[in-house]
Design a protein around this ligand. Structure first.
Ligand SMILES: *[C@@H]1O[C@H](CO)[C@@H](O)[C@H](O)[C@H]1NC(C)=O
Ligand SMILES: *[C@@H]1O[C@H](CO)[C@@H](O)[C@H](O)[C@H]1NC(C)=O
Ligand SMILES: *[C@@H]1O[C@H](CO)[C@@H](O)[C@H](O)[C@H]1NC(C)=O
Length: 245
């Protein structure tokens, strides 16, 4: 990082006009700042020429102007990204002279984050019901998630499993859970070149189908009984009334 800073300064000295960006953490040879979620990145832009000391500076984030306090514009200007979020990944910060946009410098953030995979979860699924397990797969650098059942690679065909991965999550599903095929210890694993191996366990138990209480036939039965009783009373009532006349 230090040698790169000197390189930038040397280049600037050879030119007539320039702005330089100093950053913490430092930039690599491609102008990329490597950082992580929730960290802080601070950027300071300076114009190199003494006659530009009082000149105003402008900061852009992905081409949109960053609001700066007036005292943070002249000769030297700092911006702080705090905390670094997912949205900052790939964001480009550009600083230029307010009076001449072609005098500029820029840096790009590379925000790394691991997939959120840890611990173990107990899952109960009824016999014949769908089984669905989900693992986070959102990571930079990107990761591939793979699944095992009882320690062996998943047999997609034999288990009737479907695995999908949309870059955010990896989903394992089976339409109809069967005790013999689907009960066991599932593990999803991702190998990140930066964060190493991460995994999450699911202990799946297939339970017997619960017998649903047959509510509708009971209601129908009760209604029939009530109507019969009502009709009986009505017909008897007519007789009673006749008697009294
Ligand atoms: C802006 O800066 C460039 C590079 O130093 C220079 O060639 C150009 O003449 C400047 N333009 C203005 C309007 O000052
Ligand atoms: C960001 O940094 C990681 C870790 O060094 C690297 O694997 C990845 O390729 C970089 N991404 C970009 C877009 O530069
Ligand atoms: C996985 O292991 C458990 C416990 O040993 C066993 O009960 C279950 O049947 C196994 N699952 C499969 C699909 O082989």
């Amino acid at each position: 990082m230090v040698s790169y800073c000197f390189l930038v300064l040397a280049l600037c000295a050879a030119q007539t006009l320039c702005v330089t960006i100093e950053s913490a953490p430092g930039v690599d040879g491609e102008g990329v700042i490597l950082t992580e979620l929730d960290r802080t990145v601070s950027l300071v832009c300076r114009s190199n020429r003494s006659e530009d000391e009082g000149s105003e500076l402008v900061w852009l984030r992905n081409g949109a102007t960053v609001a700066l306090r007036p005292e943070n514009r002249k000769g030297q200007s700092g911006v702080c990204v705090m905390p670094v979020t997912h949205q900052d990944d790939g964001a480009t910060f550009t600083c230029h002279l307010a009076g001449n946009a072609s005098v500029e410098a820029s840096v790009t953030l590379n925000v790394t984050y691991p997939p959120v995979l840890s611990g173990s979860e107990e899952v109960w699924v009824e016999d014949d019901s769908p089984l669905l397990l989900r693992c986070d797969a959102f990571a930079n650098p990107p990761v591939t998630v793979w699944w095992t059942l009882n320690g062996s690679a998943l047999d997609l065909v034999a288990g009737g499993f479907t695995v999908t991965d949309d870059g955010f999550a990896s989903r394992l599903s089976a339409n109809k859970a069967e005790k013999s095929k689907h009960e066991g210890l599932y593990r999803c694993t991702a190998d990140s070149s930066v964060y190493g191996i991460k995994s999450k366990d699911f202990l799946v138990t297939v339970t017997e189908k619960t017998v649903k209480f047959p509510l509708m036939p009971i209601i129908a039965g009760v209604v029939v009984v009530c109507l019969t009783a009502l009709l009986a009373i009505v017909s008897r009532w007519k007789r009673i009334v006749k008697c009294c006349k």
